[in-house]
Design a protein around this ligand. Structure first.
Ligand code: PLP
Length: 366
């Protein structure tokens, strides 16, 4: 099921740990989203995987970018992006940041507060982020972003449109529909007849369980826009999506080495498998066991038995999975390698610079 390029690369032994990325898979996912959302403007959320080769590939395909600050703007421009295709989506900016972005040609900003709105340059295209219910997301925002509708209406007077984000790895298309409906009501109340509707990121990826296809989210958004038009809130909407995870996750495989397999009498009936990569070398999304990467063990075919998967550092939080059931071959041993699949999103960009002396994750781009 991996791309031929990934298969070929992984057939050879190399020092672990590393992430290998196939930008060809990113291009395939982009093409799929183009088909599922033919009318939408697609902005890749750079933070999911800021590798220059991934950005260059997306520029070549005509994709725009959701950026969080000066560093991500610089990465996109270095990859050849037109600043007009960038949207400064992170409403946490600090004095001067929006003006500096505008100097570099970025004119689209998402805001969610009067304090931030006051800092946006004159002539900016403003989208107001509305807080929405993100139940169904593996990593909910818990209210960190967005304004409640009444406040959002005040902020949105004179704005170009509205934005929301239903939470990353959002497995409920209805969450997109409900978010869009709320956001379009805000747009209507602010007098924006044909708003930009930025539906954010959140399109899910298949890790160990099936997720609805992009078409289900497209249908949910269509229905919400139709309902908003029928209710007289707006005359239509110009859809923008900011996929991060959905474009890059399946392009990456994280190969880890097994440092130790331990029986721990009296502590746990399961084997503990300690890997050479953990929470601090790229597997940050195992916090709360939010994301459950599929795991395979090349070259071992013993009967699977339950394991706890742990990282290499001295930190007690550096345990990847102890609640979620994982089973690995009975003959697994120190020196083996373990592949974590669909690991292209939110891994390399999350690695610490040197916790416990361990380097950031090595990345190979095909
Ligand atoms: C992180 C982020 C995204 C991407 O989210 P995914 O769940 O990876 O698709 C999109 N928009 C904004 C504003 C974000 O912060």
């Amino acid at each position: 099921m991996l791309s031929p390029a990934l298969d070929t690369f992984l057939a050879e032994a190399r020092p672990t740990p590393f992430l290998v990325l196939d930008p060809g898979v990113v291009a395939e996912r982009y093409a799929e989203l183009r088909v599922a959302f033919p009318q939408a403007e697609l902005l890749y959320a750079v933070k999911a995987c800021p590798e220059p080769e991934v950005l260059r590939r997306l520029v070549a395909l005509g994709c725009g970018f959701d950026v969080a600050g000066a560093e991500e703007i610089a990465l996109c421009l270095a990859a050849g992006a037109d600043p007009g295709t960038l949207c400064h989506g992170n409403p946490i900016r600090g004095p001067g940041a929006a003006a500096r972005a505008a100097e570099r040609g970025v004119h689209r900003f998402v805001t969610d507060s009067a304090e931030d709105l006051a800092l946006l340059p004159a002539g900016a295209q403003v989208l107001v982020r509305v807080v929405v219910v993100d139940e169904g997301s593996a990593t909910p925002f818990l209210g960190k972003f967005g304004a409640l509708p009444a406040e959002a209406v005040r902020l949105a007077r004179g704005a170009a449109g509205v934005a929301f984000h239903a939470g990353s790895q959002q497995v409920r298309p209805e969450a997109f529909a409900a978010g869009a409906r709320t956001a379009l009501r805000v747009a209507g109340a602010a007098g924006i007849r044909r708003p930009v509707l930025d539906a954010g990121g959140g399109l899910p990826v298949r890790y160990r369980t099936d997720v609805p296809p992009p078409e289900a989210y497209a249908a949910a958004l269509d229905e919400a826009v139709g309902a908003a038009v029928a209710a007289g809130d707006v005359d239509g909407a110009r859809l923008v999506l900011e996929p991060g995870r959905a474009l890059v996750a399946e392009a990456g495989v994280l190969r880890a080495g097994v440092l130790r397999v331990s029986r721990r009498p009296g502590i746990d009936h399961r084997r503990w498998v300690y890997l050479d990569v953990g929470r601090y070398q790229g597997l940050a999304e195992t916090e709360g066991e939010a994301i459950d990467y599929p795991v395979r063990v090349p070259g071992r075919d013993g009967p699977p038995g339950p394991v706890v998967l742990a990282g290499p550092t001295c930190d007690g939080d550096d345990v990847l999975y102890r609640r979620r059931p994982y089973a690995l071959p009975a003959d697994l041993a120190a020196g083996d390698v373990v592949d974590l699949l669909a690991a292209g999103a939110y891994t390399s960009s999350y690695a610490a610079v040197g916790f416990n002396g361990l380097p950031p994750l090595t990345v190979h781009v095909l």
